[in-house]
Design a protein around this ligand. Structure first.
Ligand SMILES: C[S@@+](CC[C@H](N)C(=O)[O-])C[C@H]1O[C@@H](n2cnc3c(N)ncnc32)[C@H](O)[C@@H]1O
Length: 556
C-alpha cells in the first residue's frame, strides 16, 4: 500500500482494499515479481496521476503514438504522440473494486531525444589487429664484408608504434594504466577488466604520433682496433602546438596524453568538464547540477550516462504507429469535448487528470494542440525544474530541487534501459549486494490486465543509463510519489512512463524522496537481513524492501 503522506491536504485519502494495484517496485523485484508474493495494495496510489489527481484521486496514463526511445548512442529524433488514460474515478468506496479500468486523456508532442552517452570505445580490437611478433620489426639488410662482419651502416627503425600498441592489448596482464589516477578511474576489478578491453576511452593509449618517436642511426662496431662505435641520433622534431595535434575519436585529450601524471585537481577539473558536456547533450529541462566530491563525480562520469528518455533494450519493442490516436481540439484541449479524456463512471463528465498550474501543464504529437502550451501537457513537456544531485551521507547520493515545488507538480520521469524480465534478472543476479536501480513496469498487471504476466513485464534499469531521478532515495514519509503514465496502454500496457510528482509543497533544497515499497504490509516483522532504511523518519519501518536478497551497501 502506498503510504498516504501526512500533511498533504491535496491528497484525498482513500480506503485500502485487497486488490493488488501498483506494485512497481524499485530494487526489490524478486518478491514483487513473483505473483504469489504480490502484496495487497491500496488503489490509492493508482489514484494519483497528475496534479489534479491529487484531489480527484484519478490515476493517469498516456498513450503514445510512437514510443521509440533512443537505442543508439547518437542523437535521434523521435516523434511522440500520447494519449492519457486514467482509471475511472472512484465514486464511492462501495464501487472501488470495480473501478480499475482506466480512461484516457490524449496528448501529443514532438520530442527530440538526445542521449548523452559520451561512451567511446575504440573500434579496432586487439584481436582484429592480430599480434605481430616483435622479430618482424624492420631492419635494413646489412651488407657484409669479406670477413663476414657487417660494416655498413644499418638503419634501425624503432618498433612500429602500432606493433607496440598491439602488444599491449594482446597482453592485458601487462597493461599499465596511464592517464587518469587509479584512485579515480577505473574503479574496481571489473572496471579494470573492461578498460583492458578498451571499454573506456581514456585508459588504453592512443597510437603514438610517429613524428614524435625518436629514431637512432648507428654505425655497427668494426672488428679490431679501428674506429670506435659512432652513434648519432637525429634530433626529434619539436612537438607541434596542441591545436595541431590530431586525435582519433575516443583518444585521450592532449591533457591526458601528457607523460606527466595529472594532479588530482586537474583530473577532477577534467572530469567535471566532461560531465557537464554529457549533461548538456540531454534534451528536456534545465541542466542538473552536482554538489558532490570529485571522487564520486569521477565514478559517475566514468560509469553513468545521462539520458532523457527510455533506452529500449533487446526484446523490447514499442507499439506500432497504427495504434496511436489523438484529439483535434485545436491549440488547447477543451475539457468538455477532448477525445483524450474519458467519461467518468456514472456520469457524463470527462475526467481531467491534470490541473492547470502556473507553470503550465499535458497532451500527444497527434493532437492538434501539440507544440502549443496546452494545459493538458505535463509529462510531455518534460522536466521544468532545476535539480541537484548531492551527497546525503549514509544513503549515498540523493536528489533535491533548487526551487520550491508545489503539491502535485511534475518533477521528472524515471529514465533508464528498458529490459525484459529475463535480462533484468540476470543483471540483478550479477549485482547482488549492490545498490539497485531496477524498477518493474508491472502496474497494469496489478490493474487486472489478465493477458500480462510478471515474467512478461519490462523492467527499467537506470544503473548505467538514467536521469536525475535515479538518485531519489527512499523515505517512509516521502514528499514525492511515482505515478504511472501509460504509454499507449491499449497497444502495449507493458511500456509506460514513471512520473515523479510532489505530494506536498517542498521547499527548495529539501531532499526529494519516494516510497520504494508502497505496498508495504505494516504488520510484517522487520527482516534483519534486508537493506536497512536510514530515512530517519519517526514512522520509519526499518528496511527498504521486504527482501532478504538485497543487502546492498547504502551507497550509490
Ligand atoms: C535508486 S538508488 C538511490 C540513489 C543512491 N543513493 C545513489 O547513491 O545512487 C537506491 C539505493 O540507494 C540507497 N538508499 C536509498 N534510500 C535509502 C534509505 N532510505 N536508506 C538507506 N539506503 C537508501 C540504497 O543503497 C538503494 O539500493
Amino acid at each position: 500500500m502506498l503510504t498516504q503522506p501526512s500533511g498533504c491536504p491535496n491528497v484525498k485519502p482513500e480506503p485500502s482494499n485487497d486488490q493488488a494495484t501498483f506494485v512497481s517496485t524499485l530494487a526489490h523485484r524478486a518478491p514483487s515479481f513473483s505473483p504469489q508474493k504480490l502484496a495487497p495494495s491500496n488503489p490509492e496510489h493508482a489514484g494519483l496521476v497528475a496534479p489534479s489527481a491529487f484531489r480527484t484521486a484519478v490515476p493517469v496514463s498516456l498513450d503514445t503514438q510512437k514510443a521509440t526511445p533512443d537505442k543508439s548512442t547518437d542523437s535521434e529524433r523521435t516523434s511522440w504522440s500520447l494519449s492519457t488514460f486514467i482509471p475511472r474515478k472512484r465514486k464511492s468506496p462501495a464501487v472501488e473494486g470495480s473501478e480499475q479500468e482506466p480512461v484516457a486523456i490524449n496528448c501529443a508532442h514532438s520530442t527530440e531525444i538526445r542521449e548523452g552517452t559520451g561512451s567511446v570505445s575504440n573500434s579496432t580490437s586487439a584481436k582484429a589487429l592480430g599480434k605481430r611478433p616483435m622479430h618482424s620489426l624492420l631492419r635494413t639488410p646489412s651488407p657484409q664484408g669479406q670477413d663476414g662482419v657487417s660494416r655498413a651502416v644499418s638503419v634501425v627503425i624503432p618498433p612500429s608504434p602500432s606493433a607496440v600498441q598491439i602488444d599491449r592489448f594482446t597482453a592485458p596482464a601487462q597493461v599499465e594504466f596511464t592517464g587518469l589516477n587509479e584512485k579515480y578511474f577505473p574503479i574496481g576489478q571489473e572496471e579494470k577488466a573492461k578498460s583492458r578491453l578498451r571499454a573506456y576511452p581514456n585508459v588504453p593509449p592512443s597510437p603514438p604520433n610517429k613524428r614524435l618517436v625518436p629514431f637512432t642511426m648507428t654505425v655497427p662496431a668494426l672488428p679490431g682496433p679501428s674506429k670506435k662505435v659512432q652513434a648519432f641520433s637525429v634530433q626529434k622534431p619539436a612537438p607541434p602546438p596542441p591545436s595541431t595535434v590530431r586525435r582519433s575519436p575516443g583518444s585521450p585529450t592532449p591533457e591526458l596524453q601528457s607523460q606527466e601524471p595529472m594532479s588530482s585537481s586537474s583530473i577532477a577539473k577534467f572530469l567535471r568538464k566532461k560531465h557537464r558536456k554529457k549533461l548538456k547533450r540531454i534534451s528536456g529541462g534545465p541542466e542538473t547540477r552536482f554538489d558532490v566530491d570529485d571522487e564520486r563525480l569521477a565514478a559517475l562520469s566514468a560509469n553513468f550516462f545521462f539520458i532523457g528518455d527510455y533506452r529500449l533494450g533487446p526484446g523490447v519493442e514499442p507499439a506500432a504507429d497504427d495504434f496511436l490516436t489523438g484529439c483535434d481540439c485545436g491549440h488547447e484541449c477543451d475539457p468538455q469535448t477532448c477525445r483524450c479524456l474519458v467519461e467518468e463512471l456514472e456520469s457524463d463528465e470527462l475526467i481531467v487528470a491534470y490541473e492547470r498550474q502556473p507553470s503550465g501543464t499535458i497532451c500527444s504529437s497527434r493532437c492538434s494542440c501539440a507544440g502549443h502550451d496546452c494545459w493538458n501537457h505535463v509529462v510531455q513537456r518534460g522536466r521544468q525544474v532545476r535539480l541537484e544531485v548531492f551527497d546525503t551521507g549514509k544513503r549515498g547520493l540523493g536528489l533535491r530541487s533548487l526551487e520550491p515545488l508545489v503539491a502535485g507538480q511534475f518533477i521528472d520521469c524515471y529514465w533508464g534501459e528498458v529490459l525484459t524480465t529475463e535480462d533484468a534478472d540476470a543483471r540483478e543476479a550479477a549485482r547482488e549486494n549492490q545498490p539497485s536501480y531496477l524498477f518493474s513496469l508491472d502496474w497494469f498487471i496489478a490493474e487486472g490486465e489478465s493477458h500480462l504476466s510478471h515474467e512478461g513485464c519490462y523492467v527499467v534499469d537506470s544503473l548505467k543509463f538514467g536521469g536525475a531521478s535515479r538518485f531519489i532515495n527512499h523515505s517512509c514519509n516521502p514528499n514525492c510519489k511515482i505515478i504511472p503514465v501509460s504509454v499507449n496502454r491499449l497497444a502495449d500496457p507493458r511500456l509506460y512512463y514513471l512520473g515523479f510528482f510532489a505530494v506536498r509543497d517542498i521547499p527548495a533544497r529539501e531532499e526529494l524522496t519516494f516510497d520504494y515499497h508502497p505496498n508495504w504490509d505494516g504488520s510484517k516483522q522487520i527482516d534483519p537481513n534486508a537493506v536497512k532504511c536510514l530515512c530517519g523518519e519517526p514512522n520509519c519501518r526499518g528496511q527498504l524492501w521486504p527482501n532478504s536478497r538485497k543487502k546492498g551497501k547504502n551507497t550509490g
